[in-house]
Design a protein around this ligand. Structure first.
Ligand code: GDP
Length: 530
């Protein structure tokens, strides 16, 4: 990724990013503090309070709460200084990883939160690898420094080793656990002191003229100062300084140390994102890529969420604008459907509430309410036949048969399942032989969420049962070869929710056999959504 100096100011000031973390590392708390310092909420605690109110509306949300996971994703926009931040939320639980993957196609950077006592955890590693696939710039926040944490060098080493990325300290912690007093801001030579008495108070900031400045000793107790000076000397020798280019191409991550709960280190992280984070980037598409500064509007759907408001059975397509200056009321071409859509009531997700979006720029996320026309992977343009690429659909890892409790309700069930398929919450396969549906997901928890949502939103009790199949592969090739293959393997053939042909099996051996016996047919575990 490179800086594009010629971006219009409105676009250049946008920072569109996601926060990734292992559950419990502090993503929610950090999000809340971002909103607080972005002026989007008045008081910490509001995000959670708001979440709570929404959740009580349905048992599904209750389930989310009980499990302490965040299933529904959203986007939040707020200003920070002269910058506009677009924070796109990702589900933390690994069973929703496909959702997260697609969300990461819509951002230009990721903030990786790790727990200072735990370091790189399993989910951090997985999410990091997804970012790596796209060379996303990553800024790291080492949280919970107010508690006993690991040695600073050890944390940095662990990130470098496990994630194979260069780490540069943007700040350095002084004291550990109960003795933690704050950080030295390496990028700006400032001492930031944490206020333990008031969690929402921003740290006291003291300008320091380099590490020899006697002012340091006025604020840092002697025993902590000696250790700090030793460490920072060593850090300067052993660790690379910040290289903005390397940050932008994803090969180096700056790390800030702080405590989200105590509002400490958060502003510095936000400043870092504003100053060094990427502007809206070029979007890969076919037959040509889309540059953010192009005057015409183009955007793509990376997420669809149904029933955001239980009172209205609407769906909202989350669209990342890839180029141009969008204005409410614009007519855009839905490229897949070859139809025009008047976008008359788009919403911007301003932290506290949805608001009508009068205008938006490349880099922004807007929500477009619709009745199912817009699907994940769809591109909207001002007429050009161009489609955003790189939004994958993954073959599910778990398959189960789904039946309606009441057999008379099969049609109802189909409708419900199709809706969830279009939301990206599951893959739905209709076998050529037999009745019923086979539902595929990435993590077992998704079956539970689906069953509970189908019952709640459609009043339809359903059963998930073991399926005779365990794997699904998309079948591609020329039509004749695919038809011949299908005819000879009828028991294994199904169509997915887009009508594409799928091969179902329980044996890897079967998949290998097809490779040998049908050289003109390809079985693949991913499909591009476009
Ligand atoms: P998430 O699961 O990643 O969204 O994590 P949360 O933001 O919900 O935080 C998990 C727990 O860690 C909560 O109990 C928070 O209050 C706590 N927590 C978050 N930040 C800090 C911090 O800076 N210090 C301490 N001691 N606890 C924190």
């Amino acid at each position: 990724m490179t800086k594009r100096p010629d971006l219009p100011a409105e676009i250049a000031r946008r920072r569109t990013f996601a926060i990734i973390s292992h559950p419990d590392a502090g993503k929610t708390t950090l999000t809340e503090k971002f909103l607080l310092f972005g002026g989007a909420i008045q008081m910490a605690g509001q995000v959670r309070a708001k979440g709570e109110a929404r959740r009580t509306r349905s048992d599904f949300m209750q389930m989310e709460k009980d499990r302490g996971i965040s299933v529904s994703a959203s986007a939040m926009s707020f200003d920070f200084g002269k910058y506009r931040f677009n924070l796109v939320d990702t589900p933390g639980h690994s069973d929703f990883s496909e959702d997260t993957y697609r969300t990461l196609t819509a951002v230009d950077a990721a903030v990786m939160v790790i727990d200072g006592a735990k370091g790189v955890e399993s989910q951090t590693q997985k999410l990091f690898e997804v970012c790596r696939l796209r060379d996303l710039p990553i800024l790291t926040f080492c949280n919970k420094m107010d508690r006993e944490s690991r040695d600073t060098f050890e944390i940095i080493d662990e990130i470098q080793e496990n994630l194979a990325i260069d780490v540069t300290p943007a700040s350095w912690p002084i004291g550990v656990g109960r003795e933690f007093i704050g950080c030295y801001d390496i990028l700006r030579d400032r001492l930031e002191l944490m206020d333990r008495a008031d969690r929402n108070k921003v740290a006291e900031s003291i300008q320091i003229a380099g590490l020899d400045d006697p002012k340091l000793a006025e604020h840092v107790p002697a025993h902590l100062l000696t250790k700090f000076l030793e460490e920072i000397e060593m850090a300067k020798e052993l660790l690379p300084p910040l290289d903005p280019e390397a940050l932008l191409n994803g090969s180096m991550t700056p790390i800030w140390f702080g405590s989200a709960m105590n509002s400490f280190g958060v502003k510095e992280l936000m400043d870092g994102l504003a100053t060094y984070g990427p502007e809206p980037q070029i979007q890969s598409a076919l037959p040509r890529n889309i540059a953010p500064e192009e005057p015409k509007v183009a955007g793509f759907v990376f997420k669809v969420q149904a029933n955001m408001d239980p009172k209205h059975r609407d769906r909202v397509a989350f669209v990342r604008l890839a180029s141009g200056h969008f204005q409410r009321g614009m007519k855009l071409t839905h490229v897949r459907a070859k139809k025009q859509m008047a976008i008359s009531n788009p919403v911007l997700f301003l932290a506290a509430d949805r608001e009508l979006a009068e205008e938006a720029w490349a880099g922004d996320i807007i929500g477009i309410p619709n009745h199912g026309q817009l699907r994940i992977g769809d591109t909207l343009t001002e007429g050009e036949d161009i489609r955003v690429s790189g939004i994958p659909s993954f073959a599910p890892e778990l398959l189960q048969a789904c039946r309606a409790g009441d057999p008379m309700k099969a049609k109802h069930l189909e409708k419900a399942l199709m809706q969830f398929a279009e939301e990206g919450a599951a893959k739905v396969f209709k076998p050529t032989f037999g009745s019923g549906f086979i539902v595929g997901v990435v993590g077992a928890l998704q079956f539970e969420v689906l069953a509970s949502r189908i019952e709640l939103e459609y009043g339809l009790p359903v059963r998930f049962e073991q399926s005779q199949f365990t794997s699904a592969r998309w079948v591609t090739g020329n039509k004749e070869a695919v038809d011949k293959f299908g005819a000879a393997n009828k028991q294994h053939i199904a169509t997915d929710n887009d009508g594409d042909t799928v091969f179902l099996t329980r044996l890897q051996w079967d998949i290998d056999r097809v490779g040998r016996d049908y050289p003109d047919v390809t079985l693949s575990a991913t499909k591009e959504m476009m």
